[in-house]
Design a protein around this ligand. Sequence first.
Ligand SMILES: C[S@@+](CC[C@H](N)C(=O)[O-])C[C@H]1O[C@@H](n2cnc3c(N)ncnc32)[C@H](O)[C@@H]1O
Length: 149
Amino acid sequence: MLDYAAKKAQARGIGNVDFLPGGFLTYRHQGRPLQAIVSQIALHHLPDFWKQIALLRMAGMLRAGGKLCLRDIVYSFDPRGHERAINEFVSGAEELAGHSFAARIIDHIKKEYSTMDWIMRGMIERAGFEITQVQLKEGFFGLYLCTKI
Ligand SMILES: C[S@@+](CC[C@H](N)C(=O)[O-])C[C@H]1O[C@@H](n2cnc3c(N)ncnc32)[C@H](O)[C@@H]1O
């Protein structure tokens, strides 16, 4: 991903970016506190306890008032109707991008750690953020704009 991102930046003539290896649980920030963190479709790789630790670590790297923009696959459908919600989402994905993409979605739902919106909000707040905006899409996507208190 780092090579891919570096090539993309180069192709667009963007030179003021550093690409550093590190995970949610391993990256150690050096220097001044950060103004903002953006995380996209990645936090679901961690089970909930470790998501909470990752969010605490992110809060620890930000200055007071710093921003977190977190987007991920997060469930906001009613779990009582989960079979229908999942079937509809997978069929939509298949129509849009074909069978192998739909198979990847099924794999994600079975094996990865996407959590529910209310749990995600609780974890974000317990990490020391105020959630200023939430966008939920299709019962499966969540975007959380947050400010470190
Ligand atoms: C579905 S890809 C999304 C990639 C990219 N953010 C995007 O939106 O196109 C999931 C990403 O999560 C990253 N990832 C998995 N485990 C991680 C961890 N423990 N810490 C940080 N990133 C992780 C993977 O390296 C991968 O780049």
